[in-house]
Design a protein around this ligand. Structure first.
Ligand code: ZN
Length: 215
């Protein structure tokens, strides 16, 4: 029996619960429609492919392609070592916020595809890796620790989201749930497929409060 049974899960690291809404001019937006590399590359070829209809900071309706930053997802065969993303800049007077658009399958800050992380922390049901690309044991341990940490901040976000289904999920899950429990409950409710379960919840919490992270 786990020694933690009966106790709430430990607090998550600060980096997982820090909002970036007010501290930064611009930031990352996650596109929840793009689940695979092929769709991502098609969108990338078109300047409008990922263009937000308005600037989330000032509401201005014109954003220009600014640059194509690189992401280096490691450990997932089938993904190239370099994946370009697109960054737009707002043309609003006095704004100039820049917005990077991340396809849903790439995890923010983790240098990984979500599928790679999910295979470690939720192996049951997750599609197996094609071939093997080793993940350092210390990285795996960090992911497991984060996944076992408290989901309190995320549950509060869902409860305050204004969405009936999300509020119901929050009250069902409760404030003492771990991130693992919340992910499983959300995947169930949202019918997120194995391999896309972490990505689905991560995108949702980032959309509700930019910067807040599942992992
Ligand atoms: Zn703007």
């Amino acid at each position: 029996m786990s020694p933690s049974i009966g106790f709430p899960p430990p607090d998550p690291e600060t980096c997982l619960v820090t909002s970036r809404v007010s501290r930064f001019k611009g930031g990352t937006l996650i596109n929840e429609e793009v689940h695979d590399l092929e769709t991502h590359e098609r969108r990338l070829c078109d300047p409008d492919g990922y263009r937000p209809c308005r600037c989330p900071r000032c509401g201005h309706g014109i954003l220009h392609v600014h640059c194509y930053p690189e992401r280096h997802p490691r450990g997932e065969l089938g993904l190239p070592p370099v994946v370009r993303i697109v960054q737009y800049v707002c043309a609003g007077v006095g704004c100039g916020a820049t917005w990077r658009i991340l396809p849903m399958f790439l995890a923010r800050h983790l240098w990984r595809a979500w599928k790679t992380v999910e295979r470690v922390v939720m192996p049951a049901g997750t599609p197996p890796a094609v071939g093997t690309l080793a993940i350092p044991p210390r990285t795996e341990q960090r992911w497991r620790t984060r996944f076992a940490a408290s989901a309190r901040v995320l549950v509060v976000l869902l409860a305050a989201s204004g969405g009936v289904a999300l509020e119901a999920l929050a009250s069902r899950t409760g404030l003492d749930a771990s991130r693992a429990e919340l992910t499983a409950a959300h995947a169930d409710a949202a019918r997120a497929a194995p391999g896309a379960r972490l990505a689905a919840l991560a995108e949702l919490v980032h959309r509700l409060e930019r910067g807040v992270r599942l992992m």
